[in-house]
Design a protein around this ligand. Structure first.
Ligand code: NOJ
Length: 568
């Protein structure tokens, strides 16, 4: 068993929390324009609380031309009018706090919209005082007609964009209308850090950092080395036939993680945290947390998005994350977000598997991030490319349709509308997402909305929603599950089918242990509980059962059943 004994009172709250991600445009529309908004979200906060989630992360709702739906910010201090006002934002933060929950805001530090006043100034003249807020270079000689170097954007193709007005090229790591800020300019860094302070003052408990690994690029603009890799993977963010050596995970970005952390730590009552959207192998991502845990508090670990739903694969995943993120570091578990295929796709649209995944995610050591709608088991929603709202759909139009399912299985979504359909609240008009008299919703309703909605699943003891809630409630009241160490167990039955681990919490006054057994198969699997120390008083909670039973003797795990044996 691991030797570190974890004491929850010493653990910061964000290590023990659970995070629910809301995509504001798609969650709840109160004003009736078919677009989700902040007042609509406030109306639904009781649901999030009822579910048992402790923290809510919002994708950006700041002012933006919405070319990338808020990830292209034109004013970091204002709220986009379609989502509400600053007053709504303050009320949202207050209402969340009043319910004992925490708020995470999305900080897009890497770039702005090309409509941001800084960029409008910057592109207007070479000698403008904002010119150096962005990254401008001459084209390659002799005529400057080629981009400054071979760097590709994260989406493939050159990330350099020619601007005729000043006859130079600007750099954008993502889409052309999202020019990268130049963090080598101290004015930029100061302005962005002050913006971060502003939102922490406004009450944000945590910040999610958009494509944080792209913040610094090579100062000498050296070419990236070539590679044979066409498609980026979770372990290797390069792709498009080059290594992203000079454009991603630059050493200066790791140093900046610590600078940013120092700013966040200026706010300590209550303590705050930052979670980075970064890409690379676990060992590299760990470096973002700093040599002594003084960098990013958490990083997203997207490897889970490509892990086959099998006992052995999950065992290996946890093993890898545990060795890369031992205390005081902490892993994260992510199975979907606003960029990725719905998790049900990888689960073969099997609701029983979804209930098991909920059990795993809520009982493993790490912060679980749950994307709105995944708690209902919403499946992939195929949408036509022709009418897509997501700018990536146009960008990836050249990819033949037959390849899309394969890409989805690898965690890549080329039309992100497909995971952003309006939240289905009930089976009535607009699925309850918008008022009945709203003309239409910004994206089509999910075809399953009539049956796979909150109202229908709330009272159903076998629904995916009920399993999520059951496991969230259990985690919420168990120190072992929310704050304990983790030890992998030799599976008591077939190791290819059953995955097992123990969580142990211990402090001066108490000890609590939980053993978790997950049956990754469609067969019944017996497990013997007699060897467990103290099993006489243990209670067994199942993702398929409402009330606990005494954990004695043998238990036969039903297909896709997950159980937690708790002792305190
Ligand atoms: C990652 C975000 O999650 C995604 O939605 C966005 O389009 C890009 N970064 C650019 O900001």
């Amino acid at each position: 068993m691991s030797s570190t004994k974890v004491v929850r009172s010493e653990l910061p709250w964000w290590k023990c929390t659970t995070v629910y991600q809301i995509y504001p445009r798609s969650f709840s529309d109160q004003t009736g324009d078919g677009i989700g908004d902040l007042p609509g979200i406030i109306d639904r906060l009781d649901y999030v609380k009822w579910l048992g989630m402790e923290t809510i992360w919002f994708s950006p709702f700041f002012e933006s031309p919405q070319a990338d739906f808020g990830y292209d910010i034109s004013d970091h201090f204002g709220v986009a009018p379609e989502y509400g006002s600053l007053e709504d934002c303050r009320r949202l933060i207050d209402e969340i706090h009043a319910r004992g929950m925490k708020v995470v805001l999305d900080m897009v530090l890497n770039h702005t919209s090309d409509q941001h006043p800084w960029f409008l100034e910057s592109r207007s003249a070479r000698h403008n005082s904002y010119r150096d807020f962005y990254i401008w270079r001459d084209g390659r000689k002799p005529y400057g007609a080629a981009p400054p170097n071979n760097w590709r954007s994260m989406l493939g193709g050159s990330g350099w964009h020619y601007d005729a007005q000043t006859d130079q090229w600007y750099w954008a790591s993502f889409l052309p209308f999202q020019p990268d800020l130049n963090y080598r300019n101290p004015r930029v860094k100061r302005a962005m850090l002050d913006m971060v302070r502003h939102w922490l003052h406004e009450g944000a408990d945590g910040l999610r950092l958009d494509i944080f690994n792209a913040i610094y690029k090579d100062a000498a603009f050296a070419d990236n080395p070539r590679s044979f890799r066409a498609v980026p993977s979770e372990d290797n963010p390069g792709g498009f036939f080059q290594r992203a050596l000079h454009t991603q995970n630059h050493p200066d970005t790791f140093a900046f993680a610590r600078e940013l952390r120092a700013v966040v730590d200026e706010f300590d009552d209550p303590s705050r945290f930052i979670v980075g959207e970064v890409f690379g192998a676990s060992d590299l991502l760990r470096e973002y947390c700093g040599p002594s845990g003084d960098g990013l508090n958490l990083v997203f670990l997207f490897k889970s998005l490509r892990t086959p739903f099998r006992a052995r694969a999950f065992h290996n995943l946890v093993d890898e994350f545990e060795s890369a993120f031992p205390e005081p570091l902490h892993p994260t578990y992510v199975f979907g977000n606003h960029d990725r295929p719905r998790q049900m796709e990888r689960l073969g649209n099997d609701l029983a598997r979804a209930r098991l995944l909920a059990t795993f995610q809520m009982t493993v050591r790490g912060v679980p991030f749950i994307y709105y709608g995944d708690e209902l088991g919403l499946s992939h929603h195929e949408m036509p490319r022709d009418s897509a709202r997501d700018p990536l759909a146009e960008r990836f139009r050249f990819i033949p349709k037959f390849m899309l399912p394969t890409l989805r299985r690898r965690g890549i979504l080329t039309n992100r509308d497909e995971c952003r359909s309006p939240m289905p609240w009930h089976g009535g008009e607009h699925a309850g997402f918008a008022p009945p008299d709203a003309p239409k919703t910004w994206l089509p309703l999910h075809p399953q909305s009539a049956v796979m909605n909150v109202a229908a699943q709330r009272e159903d003891p076998n629904s995916v929603l009920t399993s999520y809630r059951r496991m969230l409630q259990l985690r919420g009241r168990s120190l072992a599950l929310s704050a304990g160490d983790l030890e992998l167990l030799d599976p008591p039955a077939n190791p290819n089918k059953v995955f097992a681990y123990r969580r142990l919490y211990e402090d001066a006054d108490r000890q609590e242990t939980a053993e978790i057994f997950l049956n990754f198969s469609k067969r019944e699997m017996p497990i013997d509980l007699r060897h467990l120390p103290g099993s006489a008083e243990a209670r067994l909670y199942s993702n398929l059962r409402d009330a606990p039973v005494a954990a004695k003797g043998r238990h036969v795990l039903r297909p896709w059943e997950g159980v937690v044996v708790l002792r305190d």
